[in-house]
Ligand binder design. Structure first.
Ligand SMILES: NC(=O)c1ccc[n+]([C@@H]2O[C@H](COP(=O)([O-])OP(=O)(O)OC[C@H]3O[C@@H](n4cnc5c(N)ncnc54)[C@H](OP(=O)(O)O)[C@@H]3O)[C@@H](O)[C@H]2O)c1
Length: 268
């Protein structure tokens, strides 16, 4: 009899995305009115001006590790990595996983150089803080979470690296796929054996008469998702459990925009 194979639980992927509806609306077979497209980007950046509530939600949720001694991973396409302001990347207290087809190694070199610079700056800041402190108390600063960056040649390869590295050592927290459109599409194409959730921040202008945001990049709306077939919408309580903080139902206004958080889970 062959030895029993140990099949590890596949990593749950949580896509985290902010979308804005692009008219016209169309009617599904179930009579639901849904936008034709969901905008996510414009000219290599976000289509809307900075939304503080959403940016801090993203930072908190992706940084908050589910267990002590673990670090969350954020998986992104090379263009999304480039869209992060240079001084912030790689994003702290997270494993930044950058996906690229670049075979020359230039992308990897650049990401690793930025990681080294970030680590050097953090070490210098820690030394300065230690020199300034008048007590002997020590703090972990990052709460045990690491700042790391790895480069993969595809989504599957990137997930494999996480599974064989951080997960095998028991150090991997949650895995968030943070975009852009190409990487969301790759995640939605993954086999059904991999659990997939989506946490969406819906963004709209408060004054409808101002028209939609200009967008040139769109969430690869899965037909099934729109039709709710093969997917289910999660309630606010459940989304709160996914993200580790209270998510209230309904719209919240911030200046000229309003946002609300909703969640979907793919049925296995
Ligand atoms: N609203 C939101 O929540 C949100 C979130 C993230 C991003 N965005 C926006 O989305 C836009 C960027 O999205 P995008 O779709 O243009 O780019 P993207 O998905 O961020 O990155 C695309 C790049 O990823 C690499 N890539 C993609 N598929 C791959 C595969 N199968 N194997 C290996 N490498 C692969 C390629 O990099 P190389 O070219 O290096 O080979 C490709 O050019 C920006 O405007 C950004 O601001 C919005």
């Amino acid at each position: 009899m062959p030895p029993q194979q140990h099949l590890p639980n596949p990593l749950t992927l949580t896509l985290i995305v902010a979308t804005t509806p692009i008219p016209p609306l169309r009617t599904t077979t179930t009579g639901e009115k849904v936008p034709c497209r969901l905008g996510i980007g414009q000219n290599g950046t976000l289509p809307w001006p900075r939304i503080k509530a959403d940016m801090s939600f993203f930072a908190r949720v992706t940084s908050r590790a589910p267990r002590a001694g673990t670090t969350n991973a954020i998986v992104m396409g090379r263009k999304t990595y480039d869209s992060v302001p240079r001084k912030l990347r790689p994003l702290g207290k997270r494993i930044n996983v950058v996906v690229t087809r670049d075979v020359s190694g230039t992308v990897k070199e650049g990401v690793l150089r930025e990681l080294e610079a970030k680590r050097a700056a953090a070490a210098a800041a820690a030394t300065a803080a230690a020199a300034n402190t008048t007590t002997t108390t020590t703090t972990s600063g990052s709460g045990g979470q690491e700042t790391d960056a790895v480069v993969g040649s595809g989504l599957e390869e990137a997930l494999d690296m996480l599974e064989k590295g951080y997960a095998a050592e028991g150090k991997l927290g949650s895995v968030f796929v943070i975009g852009g459109a190409e990487i969301y599409a790759a995640a939605l194409r993954l086999g059904r054996e991999r659990p997939v959730r989506i946490v969406v921040t819906e963004v709209e202008k408060t004054r409808e008469e101002d028209g939609p945001f200009e967008c040139d990049t769109f969430f690869p709306v899965d037909e099934e998702l729109v039709m709710q077939k093969g997917w289910r919408k999660a309630g606010a309580k459940e989304v709160s459990e996914w993200v580790g903080e209270n998510v209230e139902e309904g719209w919240k206004e911030e200046g000229e925009v309003k946002i609300q958080m909703v969640g979907y889970e793919r049925l296995l």
